[in-house]
Design a protein around this ligand. Structure first.
Ligand SMILES: NC(=O)c1ccc[n+]([C@@H]2O[C@H](COP(=O)([O-])OP(=O)(O)OC[C@H]3O[C@@H](n4cnc5c(N)ncnc54)[C@H](OP(=O)(O)O)[C@@H]3O)[C@@H](O)[C@H]2O)c1
Length: 303
């Protein structure tokens, strides 16, 4: 028994030391010259990913729909880090719901530097609303952006990675890709689908040395709630207090870069209570679903 406790203690010490060393790792210039395509780079987590990968020495291709916002991010990168050895980022407009144009734009992205080393599928849209009131168009918008568009882009970039026997595909999912909660149905569905796709893909491309990383963030302080769609398909246009109190997007971006450097397969970057909820779902599913019922009732009363 004493041996068991000693071994557990040693394992915990090693784990804490490992986490400490990972956090301390210098991120500046840690990925020199790598070509990185980031979707959703015009705001929030994607914008901060642009900063950390830029200062990591990468050649960036910044994608989203709003060209003016992408240009703003590009300009800020050039102004802020003018002294480091970096490469001017390239802006490429892309609408993840426009299946016709994704292939063409992905090819354009590949042509810029001849290849892409790291594809970061970050672009996404959230949702607030009740299942029975949700218009099909709203379901489709969320699924197209978070799942189908992302899958189409990945499939277009993938053959060149397989041919070069090198590449990383990073998908920014959500803890709601592991836990489905009431009043967020298409968002949870799209992120669950994305994770399922990634887990299948990871095994398929293993022998081609292409790595697949799923990142599941908890709450991050961005405009994600404000930009969400509702049951009617209109914009939510309100902040969510949980999101507002979330971690800074810049801190999340650094954690994502660390996960990429470590070739993590599937990592949750979130508060302890969300992690506990995840374990509750696995070990005490009845309790977990009772909590969700209570949550759904509370929401219904609040409305
Ligand atoms: N913030 C959180 O609490 C949180 C938690 C877990 C996961 N996430 C995930 O993190 C990712 C980034 O979200 P965020 O928090 O940074 O929110 P955000 O500030 O609203 O950023 C979303 C990004 O996605 C882009 N986008 C939206 N629809 C698009 C479309 N149809 N085509 C191309 N790009 C599109 C937006 O750019 P344009 O509008 O210019 O196209 C924007 O750059 C999302 O996948 C989200 O699900 C966020």
């Amino acid at each position: 028994m004493t041996d068991f406790y000693s071994l557990t203690l040693i394992a915990i010490i090693f784990y804490v030391a490992f986490k400490f060393l990972v956090k301390k790792r210098n991120l500046i210039n840690c990925l020199p010259n790598k070509v990185v395509l980031i979707t959703g780079a015009s705001s929030g987590i994607g914008e901060q990913l642009a900063h950390v990968f830029y200062t990591a020495g990468c050649r960036l291709i910044l994608c989203a729909r709003r060209k003016d916002e992408l240009e703003r991010v590009r300009k800020e990168l050039l102004q802020l880090y003018s002294t480091s050895v970096t490469h001017p980022p390239v802006v490429l407009t892309m609408d993840l719901t426009d299946m016709e144009s994704i292939k063409k734009q992905a090819q354009q992205a590949l042509d810029i530097h001849g290849h892409i080393d790291i594809l970061i599928n970050n672009g996404g849209i959230s949702f607030f609303g009740e299942v029975t009131k949700t218009q099909f168009a709203a379901d489709m918008n969320v699924m197209m952006t978070n799942y189908f568009g992302t899958v189409e882009l990945t499939k277009t970039i993938l053959p060149s990675m397989r041919k070069r026997k090198s590449g990383k595909i990073v998908c920014i999912s959500s803890v709601l890709g592991k836990l489905s909660v009431p009043y967020r149905s298409p968002y949870c569905a799209s992120k669950h689908a994305l994770e399922a796709f990634c887990n299948a893909l990871r095994a398929e491309v293993y022998d081609d040395n292409v790595k697949v990383t799923i990142i599941s963030p908890g709450y991050v302080a961005t405009k994600v709630a404000y930009n969400s769609v509702t049951s009617s398909g209109e914009k939510f246009n309100k902040e969510d207090p949980f999101v507002e109190k979330g971690v800074e997007a810049s801190e999340m971006a650094k954690d994502i870069l660390r996960a990429v450097l470590n070739d993590e397969k599937d990592v949750m970057i979130c508060e302890l209570y969300i992690r506990l909820a995840y374990w509750c779902k696995i070990f005490f599913p009845r309790l977990f679903y009772l909590i969700l019922i209570k949550r759904a009732r509370d929401f219904a009363h609040e409305k």
